[in-house]
Design a protein around this ligand. Sequence first.
Ligand SMILES: Cc1ncc(COP(=O)(O)O)c(C=O)c1O
Length: 397
Amino acid sequence: MDQTATACKGPVARRSRHLAMSAIKEMSIRCAQVPGAASLAWGLPSFRTPEPIRAAVTTALKEDAKIGMYALPGGLPNLCAAAARAHQRRTAIKVDASTRVMISAGNMEGLQTLFHAIVDPGDEVIVTDPGFVSHISQIEFNGGVPVFWKMDEAGGWDLDVGALPGLIGPRTKAIVLVNPSNPTGAILSERALRCAASVARDNGLLIVIDDPYSHFTYDNRGRFFDLAADPEFADHIAYLFTFSKAYAMSGWRVGYMVVPEWLRAEAVKIHDLTMICTPRISQVAALTALETEPVHLAEFERILDRRRSLICERLDRLPHVFRYVPPQGAYYVFPRIVAAHENAVQFAHDLLDRARVAVTPGSAFGPSGEDHVRLAYCVEDDVIDLAFDRMEAHFGT
Ligand SMILES: Cc1ncc(COP(=O)(O)O)c(C=O)c1O
């Protein structure tokens, strides 16, 4: 990626100097300086952490004498066991909690840990293009080279399986998948996922599944294929689940990963070096999340589905500005900009400066994201309406 180097006033390492702030955060920081701006830039759900989780933490604070203490780096044993049971419920695949599960401080930390563990300088990791912006930066930060796998926009942003073998070389270590996708909102097809996983396995690659969004598939649940549940690929998969979105726990910083045994041993060392442990209080919250019937999920999905319809209706009224593939899952839509513009960054900056609407420039998500923007519809309905009222006023209807 073209990373804007920060001005160097001290002994800053090259890898840090060349690291740009994530475009999502950069837009959110800019947006915070524009009073009353309507933001569709950040995928931060409007929901509150469900009450049983908050109540359990309140009790633990009162009654658990160890609540403020370190835990062992791999995670609280009862949480690892609960995560292994959750994984089995989800995939029908049984894993040993003590050798295969690690509790992370969310998928960002989990992924950074995994890339640390598998990427030597010059190694390559295949990412979808467009794909999640931080994967790209994390690979680069670890001295690796992200290899962009262009998605098929005309085919509804599915994987272009035919192109995959040509991207694999002697330095390729892994492939990263997010399904449903951030930023496109696409649900990847079973056929494409199986083909991609076969190619990855046959070439000895680790298949990294970053999973914040699989609970949000709306009327497309029947089309969602859980690659982590396919026993054929189980030994080749690093599966990372985060509580951030499905449990509205983004600020708790907690997730779990189910990985091959060799990788867990490496990951725990690195996680210890970075964190020592995921905060114990967040682990208690996660344990409650896994042990409580997730009745909130239907409500979250119902509200997000309503917002999905709303944003599509509003996009339909701006065909001279955006052309889009209807989103199927997660809570993003990734329209192409058809209005006159210089590039996606300029478009996003102008929109914020002139219309007080924040969006994320698509170019941050990979070269194929140029001339697109990402809109997150996890915010309140009013914010979606305000953003589109302003865009209609700005561009005309
Ligand atoms: C694809 C993807 N991975 C990881 C994350 C971050 O997850 P966490 O909060 O668990 O670090 C996000 C957040 O938006 C995401 O969209």
